[in-house]
Structures are given as C-alpha cells and as structure tokens.
Design a protein around this ligand. Structure first.
Ligand code: NAD
Ligand code: UD1
Length: 336
C-alpha cells in the first residue's frame, strides 16, 4: 500500500515507518518537525534499507496537505501528528485545540477531496481519565482530565460523525497505553525536548548522567509497593499494531477503537529495577509528592486488538529497558 504518515518523524511515527518499509509498503512522511528532527527519517531509511519520501509541511496549512495529495494517490493515512504534552496543554489550551483538532479537520477535508477515506488515528489511554476498575476495555466511558485528553476524545468523535455522514470512511483509533523502548538497532528512539515528563525517558537520562536522580511521584498509592502502576508497551510492538490496523481497514470497519497495551502493569519501582539491570548501574531516586492528575493503576484489556486485529504485544519489560538503554547510551543527546 501507499501510506501517508503524518508526524512520521516523531517517536512512534519513525518506528512505525521502519515496520511499514520492511513490510514492503511505500511511505510518505508529512511532518512540520515541530517536535522532531529529519535525522530520524535518515536513520529509518538506514535501518530498513529502503527510501521514503519526506514532505515538510504543517497540518494547519491546508495547501501543504493538498500539495502532497496532488503528487500521488494514498491508500491510507496513519495520523500521528499532534502536540502531546499534558502540562503544556493546560497552559496553552488554544494551541492544543488548534493544532490537534483543526489540523485533523484540515487533513480529513483534503483526504475527502482526494477520495482517500482510510485512516488509522493515534488516540491514547488518556481518554479513559481515571478509571477505578481494571483492566480497561474499550467500552469504558471516556473522560478527559486536561486539554490534551480532550483533543483525543473530540477527534475520536469527529471520526465517528464522519463515518455516520459517509460510511465509505474507515477510521481506526488506536488507544496507546505507555509506549517506551526503542528500535533494537539503537539508531532511533525517543528524543524528548528538554526535561522528560514521562518515567522511562527520565530514568534513561538519570542513568546516562544527564539528570541527578529520579523523582518517584508518590510511594503511598494503594498498590503493592506504593508506587503507580502502568501498562508499558514496547514501541516495536506498538508499531506492529499499526500494520495490523491497516489490514483491518480493508474490512470496512467504520469507526472502531482498540486498546494497544500488554494487559499487564508494572510499578515505578519495578521499572526502576528493570532499568538498573539493563544499564548495569544503580539509579538514584527520591520519593516526591504525587503528581497532580496521576491515577494509581492503569492497564489495558487488549483482548479486542488480540482477536480482531490478530495483534499481541510480545516484548517484556526487560526488552523495553534494554532497548531504551541501548538508544540512550549510544545517543546521549538524542539526534543532536
Ligand atoms: P512526537 O511528538 O514524537 O511525534 C509527533 C510528530 O507530529 C512530531 O514529529 C511533530 O513534529 C509532528 N507534528 C505536530 N504537529 C504537527 C502539525 N501541525 N503538522 C505537521 N506535523 C506535526 O509524538 P509521539 O510520541 O510519536 O506521538 C505520536 C502520536 O501518538 C500523537 O498523536 C500522540 O498524542 C499519540 N500518543 C503518544 C503517546 C506517547 O506516550 N508517546 C501515548 C498516547 C498517544
Ligand atoms: C502520562 C500522561 C498521559 C499520557 C501518558 C503517555 C500525565 C498526568 N499523564 O501518563 O496523559 O497519555 O503519559 O504519554 O502527564 N513517574 C514518576 N516520576 C517521573 C515521571 C513519572 O514517578 O519523573 C510515575 C508517574 O507518577 C506514573 C508512572 O511513573 O505513576 C508513569 O508516568 P508517565 O510515564 O508520565 O505516564 P502516565 O502517568 O501514564
């Protein structure tokens, strides 16, 4: 298939591009590089031994999107491009609504104009808010705790309405749990801007000596060791989920959501220990107050994706930490 990948230079997009190219698909990446570097795409091509086409453009500029659709016909779009920092979205809600929602509407309008109505969309477990019953199935009520989460819920709704208006659209929303890890080559990985917000990129920077210690946000949760539990998923397993979703689009699924997680949760301390083993060094930490907005436990029921997409996460928490460390230790400053 000929696939347009928005946000393909970013963390999840770049790893998915490797899988797409290795599976024989043609790939065009559309990205404004607002949170990524073109170097990631050079390395994607090095790993896969195949080339892709890069179009630098902005979803907020419909002419940029039109230009890429005019140049070729796409069978489907994988839509990663979005702003994703929770705290920033609280401070700059209009920027988040505009970039994520207006950008998606612009994309869909151009897709409709060029009769490309197949899309796989990056949603997030954040759409479940703070559920108290585990594991989380796709039927759980949706609830956003911040503007970023709201953009995901609104975009899912836009796709549902689009399918009602025109059933020739096929839209799959993949609700990712906590993607971590890197390609086993160590050539591509997560390259956060500034101080990382998320646990594993933070631990990786402590391990490599860029940050002095990890703040463990709360050791008084109702969990076996008191720290928060999450469903971490290896980025290459997540990338494979997108290929399975592409296959599913041809069955005319309408608008459907799938959880992409392992179905198993790990605490902050369990991740810390797995990372210490991978990096063969102790990682200093301090217990800090809970982070506002965090829930104690969050893990997926991935049965729907297992059965309907024929997809299952295979890599372990040790694989995730080994591959993160391989990337971080060989690229202490990311792509710079
Ligand atoms: P990322 O920031 O690494 O990648 C997003 C890419 O989109 C970047 O390369 C950025 O330059 C590009 N982009 C942003 N706005 C754009 C615009 N207006 N026009 C063109 N390009 C634009 O993020 P990621 O971690 O790879 O996340 C990909 C998607 O997955 C996002 O939609 C994110 O919300 C979602 N998601 C991520 C996580 C996670 O933990 N990483 C979890 C759940 C969902
Ligand atoms: C965060 C986002 C969520 C987003 C998800 C994936 C918040 C409030 N939530 O969720 O919207 O979908 O990332 O991108 O930002 N932790 C520490 N120290 C740290 C960082 C994290 O102890 O420096 C703990 C957290 O309290 C949590 C666990 O580690 O228990 C995982 O945190 P994180 O990686 O930020 O992911 P989420 O909290 O799931």
């Amino acid at each position: 298939m000929n696939i347009l990948v928005t946000g393909g230079a970013g963390y999840i997009g770049s790893h998915t591009c490797v899988e797409l190219l290795q599976a024989g698909h043609e790939v065009t990446v559309f990205d404004n590089l607002s949170n990524s570097k073109e170097e990631s795409l050079r390395r994607v091509q090095e790993i896969s031994g195949r080339s892709l086409f890069f179009s630098r453009g902005d979803l907020l500029k419909p002419a940029d999107i039109e230009a890429v659709f005019q140049s070729q016909h796409f069978d489907a779009v994988i839509h990663f491009a979005a702003l994703k920092a929770v705290g920033e979205s609280v401070r700059q809600p209009l920027r988040y609504y505009q970039n994520n929602i207006t950008g998606t509407i612009n994309l869909c309008q151009v897709m409709a104009k060029f009769s490309c109505k197949n899309i796989v969309f990056s949603s997030s477990a954040t759409v479940y808010g703070s559920p108290t019953i585990m594991p989380i199935t796709e039927e759980f009520p949706l609830q956003a705790l911040n503007p970023y989460g709201n953009t995901k819920i609104i975009m899912e709704q836009i796709f549902r309405d689009l399918v009602i208006s025109d059933p020739t659209w096929n839209t799959i929303f993949l609700r990712y749990f906590n993607p971590i890890g890197a390609h086993p080559s160590g050539l591509i990985g997560e390259d956060p801007n500034g101080i990382p917000n998320n646990l594993v990129p933070y631990i990786a920077q402590v391990a490599v000596g860029k940050l002095p210690f990890l703040n463990v946000y709360g050791a008084d949760y109702e969990t076996p060791d008191g720290t928060g539990i999450r469903d971490y998923i290896h980025i290459m397993d997540l990338a494979k989920g997108h290929l399975k979703a592409l296959e599913k689009l041809s069955n005319n699924p309408g608008a459907v959501a799938y959880n992409l997680g392992t179905g198993r949760g790990y605490s902050v301390f369990e991740v810390l220990r797995a990372f210490e083993k991978a990096a063969e060094r102790p990682i200093p930490y301090h217990i800090s107050p809970r982070r506002p907005g965090d829930s104690a436990i969050c893990y997926a029921n991935p049965t729907l994706a297992n059965t309907e997409l024929k997809w299952k996460a295979e890599r372990t928490i040790d694989d995730m930490c080994v591959d993160t460390w391989n990337w971080q230790s060989h690229n202490p400053n990311g792509y710079d």
